[in-house]
Design a binder for this molecule. Sequence first.
Ligand code: HEC
Ligand code: HEC
Ligand code: HEC
Ligand code: HEC
Ligand code: HEC
Ligand code: HEC
Ligand code: HEC
Ligand code: HEC
Length: 455
Amino acid sequence: MRERLFKVLALLVAPFLWVSLAFADYYPNLVKTPSLVIKRGFSKQALECIQCHAKETPGIVLQWKQSKMSHAGVSCYDCHVVPKSYPSAIQCPGIKGTNVYISPLVSPKTCGKCHPKEVEQFSKSGHARLASRPVVDVPKLKKLQFYFEGGEFAGVPKGDAKTTAPRETGCIKCHGGKIVLGPDKRPISGWPGGIGTRYPDGGVGSCVACHYRHTFSIEQARKPETCGRCHLGPDHPDIEIYYESKHGQLYLAHGKEWRWNSAPDAWEPGDYEAPTCAVCHMSGIGDLSTTHNISERLYWDLMHKKGTLVRGVNTPKDQPERGYGPRGRKLMKRVCLNCHSRLQTDAFFKNLDNAVKLYDYYYTKVNAMLQDLKKRGLLKKDPWSDGFQELYYYFWHHAGRRARQGSAMDGPDYAHWHGFFQLFQIYKDMEAIYKWRITHGKIEEPSTVMPTAPE
Ligand code: HEC
Ligand code: HEC
Ligand code: HEC
Ligand code: HEC
Ligand code: HEC
Ligand code: HEC
Ligand code: HEC
Ligand code: HEC
């Protein structure tokens, strides 16, 4: 019902929108954005926020003016005004002494008032369900964040503010953590956070991880660099793989001319020549509808130690933990079939499956060595000062992901040189250490090796 209301609203403003967009094309300078559109349809209270903030935080108001939502009458008031009882309700300097309360934190629950479908899909995704789990819940990884990376191992006292630095500047920015509020209800940790942020109001995830405030642009979310903010680097070089792929090459060559603003479910090949991350993992294409559940079109788990579908805690009954198995494969193939033959598509996935199975074969052997050493007491307690365990980590966490994700997304350099080639080298080095320890019945000293320089 609400959605229909918005569609009507959108239709009403469409002609003005068209005019203002055309205008924006000729005058890309933000300052020249026509302001007449803004005043229409806003309540007096909403106008107060806008007018004062146009002076206090002009950047925010100018960006918001560019958003489609401002043209549809959605203002500061709709997203930031909350009841007094709301966990993060405060008063900004401009409304002190009134009975209006605002929250600088805006969780998906707020977006969900008007976008229930997107929020529901998003909440089923690995992004919402799983991303903050390692940062918040897993003791081993918390030790990594505070003890190993936080300098406790080198003498920074436990609980010192410095120990949280790597977590606040690293993990949380991508994964999201749990927002902690201070006594004045303002956030002291975890905000603004990454994709799986847990809000004090119970909302989970961050819509602004992809739709940056305050333009909330669909074009920006569709661009691969938005995903590449987190999906990059030695352990999940998805943006690098994409740039290497023929799809990415076409994006680099012609992307500027592609039509990025078509409505979802109407953004089709023709608007673009080759898929971006969003096209394969999210967008409506052909007979597929847009989904905010980026796990839906997956088949394999390509990030953990083994390339299998694993079930885990917090998993809805109808859903494997990672990916949707054969159904995911079918959906992903339907994406490809918009532009490729069945012949090429089937061959591609057969190669991918073989690559995953080869990695798994290697992994099973490496793991057997690890378990054997463990049984014989030939592993150090601290994995980070034990060469074998260090290599084990680089094996699956870096090279293993690169080999599989390179194979999955047409990145031959990552599949091979940063992938299988390194797997083979690391394997050999692990095997040598394993044999030495078995033969001598002890751990070599000092046990620090970094022979294969994993990137
Ligand atoms: C569609 C919803 C929406 C609208 C409309 C909106 N905001 Fe926001 N605003 C957000 C979100 C989301 C964030 C980021 C909060 C988070 O990450 O928890 C934010 C953050 C902010 C922040 C803190 C950001 C910073 O960088 O310090 C301010 C200040 C703010 N908004 C002011 C405004 C003002 C003023 C307006 C009206 C001109 C406005 N917002 C309109 C959703 C909205
Ligand atoms: C008379 C001026 C004025 C009015 C009216 C006003 N604000 Fe503010 N607001 C400010 C100032 C000043 C700040 C502090 C900016 C800074 O920290 O640099 C602020 C900060 C904020 C923040 C960030 C949180 C914080 O406390 O720093 C949000 C979100 C916000 N305002 C939203 C709103 C909304 C929503 C309304 C309308 C209900 C509104 N403001 C009305 C002046 C105003
Ligand atoms: C009060 C209702 C309301 C709230 C709250 C709201 N939106 Fe919207 N949003 C709309 C409407 C209406 C449109 C349709 C605008 C159009 O199509 O012209 C829209 C459109 C959008 C679009 C599509 C923009 C485009 O370029 O096509 C995005 C993305 C979006 N909203 C994200 C968000 C996010 C993220 C939040 C929470 C931070 C949010 N919205 C909160 C009403 C709302
Ligand atoms: C703010 C950081 C961030 C951004 C931006 C981001 N991701 Fe992610 N993504 C993550 C994290 C963290 C995970 C790992 C989640 C987990 O723990 O399973 C992930 C996981 C995934 C997965 C695997 C999901 C699963 O269930 O196994 C896919 C596919 C994915 N992202 C695609 C995308 C695409 C496509 C985009 C852009 C449209 C994107 N991501 C943007 C951080 C991000
Ligand atoms: C640059 C962004 C970024 C940073 C910083 C980051 N991660 Fe990740 N992490 C990701 C992405 C993206 C994935 C998904 C990887 C994939 O699909 O291969 C991921 C996957 C993971 C996974 C596997 C998914 C799961 O839920 O089991 C764990 C565990 C993890 N990260 C822990 C951490 C920890 C702990 C930190 C900080 C010490 C951290 N990450 C820092 C982006 C990041
Ligand atoms: C991983 C990145 C990512 C995240 C996180 C994300 N979005 Fe989106 N969103 C997109 C992309 C990409 C599109 C365009 C889809 C297409 O091309 O069909 C989109 C489209 C939309 C649209 C327009 C859809 C329509 O039918 O008009 C809305 C509204 C929207 N998102 C809201 C949200 C809300 C609310 C959240 C938080 C619950 C959110 N998004 C989180 C990437 C994201
Ligand atoms: C041509 C389509 C396509 C494009 C473009 C694409 N992907 Fe993928 N992606 C795939 C396929 C296919 C898989 C493997 C699916 C399976 O079988 O599980 C995959 C797997 C992944 C995974 C691994 C999920 C896991 O289980 O660990 C992540 C993360 C991911 N993609 C992120 C991205 C990001 C980020 C981009 C853009 C920089 C991107 N993808 C571009 C098709 C694509
Ligand atoms: C919007 C159209 C489009 C979609 C959707 C699409 N592709 Fe492509 N793809 C292209 C174009 C165009 C090329 C470049 C063709 C050439 O080599 O001349 C290409 C090239 C490729 C190549 C490189 C082939 C070679 O010559 O080495 C692979 C592999 C590939 N695509 C796989 C996929 C897979 C897998 C999917 C689905 C997950 C997919 N593509 C979806 C348009 C698309």
